[in-house]
Design a protein around this ligand. Structure first.
Ligand SMILES: O=C(O)[C@H](O)COP(=O)(O)O
Length: 311
């Protein structure tokens, strides 16, 4: 039986490093095979997951010898951190390793949505030439509003400033005089001001009881009708039906979503066929480069916990 089980995709070089010292079972399809996964966890000392494997309840019960959970990402909402703590199971996320990937995704989204010229490939290929309709807006001089001002938001802010954007940010955990705002070219603002003033709003908060549904019909109504919204944080933060309504009614100029209330996004939901909406499959933090960084960081952290616990 393996002592490390990996249930979702991981970089090969990091896996090879782990295999040098441990018996590793790597199967990125395991996330969708709970019975097989539970059987493999009987003797496992370590479990490595991305965001889909639910590390709680039955899974933890099936893993009586578990010592560490490696998280190939940052968000911990798929892990029952309290239950792990109660059992002395260490949780090791890849903090910082995918910040850059998400920040570039957000900047790309801001530019695509404000410019608005990239939804017309099929039309142009078909012989249409809609130049005046596709006259979009420049990014320089626009206001970027960040909801949450942690590490990823700060990476995003610096890149937005380099593009000539004015950056305002709200974070209930930071005092207005926190030097992190100025150090990253942002001005602190209330959530109301961010929603009211920003040309582009980007979300950078974890999913908690306080942030669930934060961007619902009320918040969307407070945004400018020509504003755009980007969510590469967590799906439950945005009310998908309310967003779909706002886009269809032209009360919002555009949106890009990388994360959803339910993942994979079930077909036939409110987001299908909505105009000015770009959807991606929870890929903002995953690039060729970040996959290497994330996997290496988690492999090192997991191996270290196993070594410490064995000592
Ligand atoms: O929490 C994260 O870091 C992102 O959601 C990316 O996680 P993933 O690589 O597990 O998708």
């Amino acid at each position: 039986m393996p002592d490390i089980v990996v249930t979702e995709f991981m970089d090969e070089a990091a896996l090879a490093a782990l295999r040098g010292r441990h018996k590793v079972h790597y199967d990125p399809a395991l996330v969708d095979q709970p019975d097989a996964l539970h059987a493999l966890l009987k003797d496992a000392r370590a479990l490595i997951v991305r965001n889909r494997t639910q590390v709680r309840g039955a899974l933890l019960t099936a893993a009586p010898r578990l010592e560490v959970v490696g998280r190939l990402g940052v968000g911990l909402d798929n892990i029952d951190v309290e239950a792990c703590r109660a059992r002395g199971i260490a949780v090791r996320p890849a903090t910082g390793a995918n910040d850059l990937a998400v920040a570039e995704y957000v900047i790309c989204g801001v530019m695509m949505l404000l410019r608005g010229a990239y939804h017309a490939s099929a039309e142009v290929a078909g012989g249409a030439w809609p130049r005046t309709r596709l006259m979009g807006r420049e990014t320089s001089g626009r206001i970027l509003g960040l909801v949450g001002f942690g590490a990823i938001a700060r990476e995003t802010a610096r890149r937005a400033v380099a593009l000539g954007m004015d950056v305002i940010a709200n974070d209930p955990f930071l005092d207005a005089d926190n030097p992190a705002f100025a150090a990253n070219g942002a001005r602190p603002a209330s959530l109301d001001a961010v929603l009211r003033d920003a040309d582009a709003v980007s979300l950078h908060v974890p999913l908690t009881a306080e942030t669930r549904g934060l961007i619902g019909a009320d918040a969307l109504a407070r945004m400018r009708p020509d504003a755009v919204l980007i969510n590469a944080a967590r799906g439950g933060v945005v009310d998908e039906a309310a967003l779909a309504e706002a886009l269809k009614a032209g009360r919002l100029a555009g949106a890009m979503l990388d994360v959803f209330e339910t993942e994979p996004l079930p077909g036939g939901g409110p987001l299908e066929g909505v105009p000015n909406l770009i959807l991606t499959p929870h890929i903002a933090g995953v690039t060729v480069e970040s996959n290497v960084r994330v996997s290496e960081a988690v492999a090192i952290a997991v191996a270290q916990v196993l070594q410490e616990k064995a000592a």
